[in-house]
Write a protein that binds this ligand. Structure first.
Ligand SMILES: NC(=O)c1ccc[n+]([C@@H]2O[C@H](COP(=O)([O-])OP(=O)(O)OC[C@H]3O[C@@H](n4cnc5c(N)ncnc54)[C@H](OP(=O)(O)O)[C@@H]3O)[C@@H](O)[C@H]2O)c1
Length: 330
């Protein structure tokens, strides 16, 4: 891998920084992109071969002009940028910038493009939790998501649909335009739900997931009883490993669940109780059938084909609690 060059867009983010670190550990040269290169300077401490490049993601033409320079000589490009704002801007940002990346990657002969999406694009209406979700079969309805104001998951669904089309494939990742598919980079899409584990950014704890975990551990939320529900979780380091494994595997293409599995909250809060000595989970809610509630099921075949061994939940939560303590956040 020594001679390989990777570009990471959104490299300062929770996922992007973990991908950047792993690529460097694997001996690749990494161009880590950020809107603010000064604030992103900590990325060079992640390992050898990391350089920082400014990138202002905006509208098609302007973005492409910058990408033409950044992608020069690159073998693979990761798009880990994004935000969760519930507005049309999120949809435009995700769709336009990923298309600009795919089109410029095509022009520059970049072999593979990996997009960080989310599980929010994998929820067709009426799908029972007990039916294993499939990356190939299950898509959310973007019109329905938009009508319900769910702009952030709709952005991921529409981004994926646009990306498949741009590489000559349909939703099922089948080639529908041979000439276009032949001329396009290999497209990989990662679909994670809740991502946990230590944050590499040395600044304050950011994003949605880690501050939420702090509130749970401080009993500022989920304090009355354990929810009778489940949550699909992955360790951020394992998610990065799936991104990199898929990029390196010539036969990997299409969507992959970035999910270890869906755990019941009874199991999640119980595990927090074991790894965090001053946290005791709340009790069960009277009258709720906890045993009868099936956590969301996944078909793990495609993810497992990437050959990444995922950490057990307790290890992820233990490392996260250690990190949050070091930060003084809990
Ligand atoms: N965290 C989770 O639990 C989770 C779960 C499922 C899916 N996802 C999805 O995974 C992707 C990555 O998530 P993350 O948690 O790593 O996000 P993050 O920590 O918020 O980082 C995203 C990066 O995107 C860049 N960015 C944000 N807004 C931008 C804008 N307007 N223009 C240009 N760049 C912008 C930022 O880089 P600069 O500021 O350096 O430019 C930022 O570091 C997102 O699409 C997110 O929705 C996350």
């Amino acid at each position: 891998m020594k001679a390989m060059k990777a570009v990471v867009i959104g490299a300062t983010g929770y996922v992007g920084s973990s991908v950047t670190q792993l690529l460097s550990q694997k001996g690749m040269s990494v161009v880590a992109c950020s809107r603010d290169v000064r604030k992103a300077s900590w990325l060079t401490n992640l390992g050898d071969g990391v350089t920082i490049s400014p990138l202002q993601l905006s509208k098609g033409g302007e973005t492409k002009e910058q990408l033409r320079v950044i992608l020069d000589g690159a073998d693979v490009a990761f798009f880990c940028a994004g935000f969760e704002q519930q507005s049309q801007e999120t949809v435009d940002f995700m769709c336009e910038n990923t298309l600009s990346l795919i089109e410029t990657a095509k022009e520059k002969g970049v072999g593979c493009v990996v997009l960080t999406s989310s599980g929010g694009s994998t929820n067709p209406k009426g799908l029972e939790d007990s039916t294993p979700k499939s990356e190939v079969l299950h898509f959310s309805d973007p019109e329905d998501q938009l009508a319900r104001g769910k702009f952030s998951p709709a952005a991921k669904t529409l981004m994926e649909i646009g990306a498949f089309k741009a590489v000559g494939r349909n939703h099922k990742n089948e080639v529908v335009d041979e000439a276009l598919a032949e001329a396009s980079p290999r497209l990989v899409i990662m679909n994670p739900n809740l991502i946990l584990g230590p944050q590499l950014d040395p600044g304050d704890i950011k994003g949605n997931s880690l501050p939420w975990v702090c509130r749970i551990l401080k009993k500022q939320t989920m304090s009355e009883h354990i929810p009778n529900d489940s949550m699909s979780i992955i360790d951020v380091r394992d998610l990065a490993a799936l991104h990199v494994a898929a990029a390196m595997n010539e036969s990997a293409s299409g969507r992959y669940f970035g999910v270890n599995k869906s755990f019941s909250w009874k199991e999640i809060l119980g595990a927090f109780g074991e790894v965090c000595e001053d946290y005791t989970p709340p009790g069960l809610k009277e009258g709720e059938d906890y045993e009868g509630k099936v956590p969301t099921q996944f078909d793990h075949t495609r993810k497992e084909s990437l050959g990444v061994e995922l950490r057990p939940l307790k290890e992820t939560l233990g490392d996260l609690v250690g990190f949050l303590r070091e930060k003084g956040a809990i």
